[in-house]
Design a binder for this molecule. Sequence first.
Ligand code: RUQ
Ligand code: CUA
Ligand code: CA
Length: 644
Amino acid sequence: MTQDDTTNRDTQPDLGRRKFLNSAALVGLSGAGLSVGLSACNKESAPGAKAPSAKGEVATHSPYEVPPGQLDEYYSFSSGGHSGDVRIYGLPSGRQLKSIPVFNTDNLVGWGITNESKAIIGTRPDGSLKYSTGDTHHVHQTYTDGTYDGKYFFVNDKIHGRLARVRMDTMECDKITELPNIQGFHGTFTDKRDPVDPKINHTTRVFCGAEFSIPLPNDGRDMEDGSKYKSLFSCVDSESMEVRWQVLIDGNCDLVASSYDGKLAATNQYNTEMGVHYEDTMSSEMDACLFFNVARIEEAVKAGKVTTIGSSKVPVVDGTRASNKDPKAALTCYVPIPKNPHGVNITPDGKYYACSGKLSPTASVIEHALVLKWFDGGLANARDAVVAEPEIGLGPLHTGFDNKGNAYTTLFLDSQIVKWNVEAAIKAFKGDKTAKAVVDRIDVHYQPGHGFTSMGETREADGRFFNSDNKFSKDRFLPVGPLHCETAQLIDISGDKMKLVHDHSVLSEPHDSIIVRRDIIKTRQIYDMDEFPNAVKDPAESGVFRNGKKVTVKLTSQAPAFSLREFKLKKGDEVTLILTNHDKVEDLTHGFAMPKYDINFIVNPQETKSVTFIADKPGVYWCYCTHFCHALHLEMRSRMIVEA
Ligand code: RUQ
Ligand code: CUA
Ligand code: CA
């Protein structure tokens, strides 16, 4: 292993590796490690052999295959749904690279077990987790100039109404905020361009929609009066992770989109009826896409035209229909669209929002400039902001875009992806009989929910791939019992016709992803010990430090040993154990498992973690390294002795 303390990866990592392997082969280096590496890379290229012929490459690999030893071109960040985590895949291979625990607890990392992770998730007065479940739906990154900057991504928890931030240099969650007075936090989107603070240099607003309406405050009042149920649209500050403001609205929020100029945020509403029972939510032919005028909302907040709800201090402005009849002063604009829409996505040129009908076979195209015109008083009827409404198929849900003006919408009921051209749809809507919106269709297997294109939520949409996350896999994989895995299907959208590339399995149950070019992601390979205020910086500091019943155990790890061969505690001690990993080698992680004390976590190179427990069971406990780190990994242990 080589030491690698780089904070930035080469943007073309596999080129660097290939160069290394090729030059190594040229100088005829051998040795077990190297020849294993080479033979894994390509069977034909044993050490000393010439590079494989182009013919051989074509024979073995499809243009989409990522051969052994090569790296993917894209990252896909995918919500795990009710598993509460976020997964990272490589595309086009579909290889799963990581699960990032967020709202769940995780044994491997120790998420929900270590003191540091518990502080992020939040605890009850007795030290137990406030929540140990979560339901992640939508993942969106911070933007600079309308494209991803690789700094943070955000993901929502629908169950408990929380927003989590994940820093993308370590791919770890560092903050979680619970939104007040909401339920069913579903859609979320980062602003793509807000007034840039030079110190922060990326978008600072995260918009959050509440899908379920509840009595406000929800403290036992108005429970039988559906007309009193309300929903809130919230804005969270991406740096402080505090809720900046909320907007009281009629109806509900579902998905959320943000504009490229920072002026509007949008949410589709399927329950403008404000129905409490599901048949009520379908009683009207029209629902709405609701637009928020961000600048006016923030002016109203500044001017103190706000209320608060219950014990929350978050300023709430009034975005209800009754209070926003005058477009020139309105904070919100309700654009009527057909029925129980799902999904709202903006085109990469920032001009149009596509909002699917779900119970109508249409997608509604809403022009950004016309919504702004409505807010200026120049458009009599908000419905006139709809510039196209093509019939695209049954059960349309989510839409992704390429860089050529085409939209790709998942059709849940038809089990298809439909490709349609936005400008053609607009022409057809204006009455041009020669204009045909729908360009192509492809079957997917089965019932697609989300679909998203490579870089498609940015100005840099590249029109390479569309990924269909299907809700049913049925017969596509080996059966594994009543719970099936889900299918993701990768589709090449670079040509006129969509081409299915492959299926890859995904563990239940992803909701949404973003596909990000790999050069945008700059991860660190090791931590900085100084970032951890409780780090045990010198192995010589190791030991048991007693303050009455409160005991601190300081410990370090360096392969293949912990700094303490043993440590002694007394029954009833309240112990905080701090472990700092002193290894500096990339990928050299140690684990720490404590039998019968239900403690298990890892420490990555130069990282510090701590756990707190009561030493209530006398005896000998071999605390051992769980993460294979060294030839003597199995020998890497420390003996915890708890005296009666
Ligand atoms: S929603 S299948 Cu949670 Cu993203 Cu549309
Ligand atoms: Cu340390 Cu295994
Ligand atoms: Ca409805």
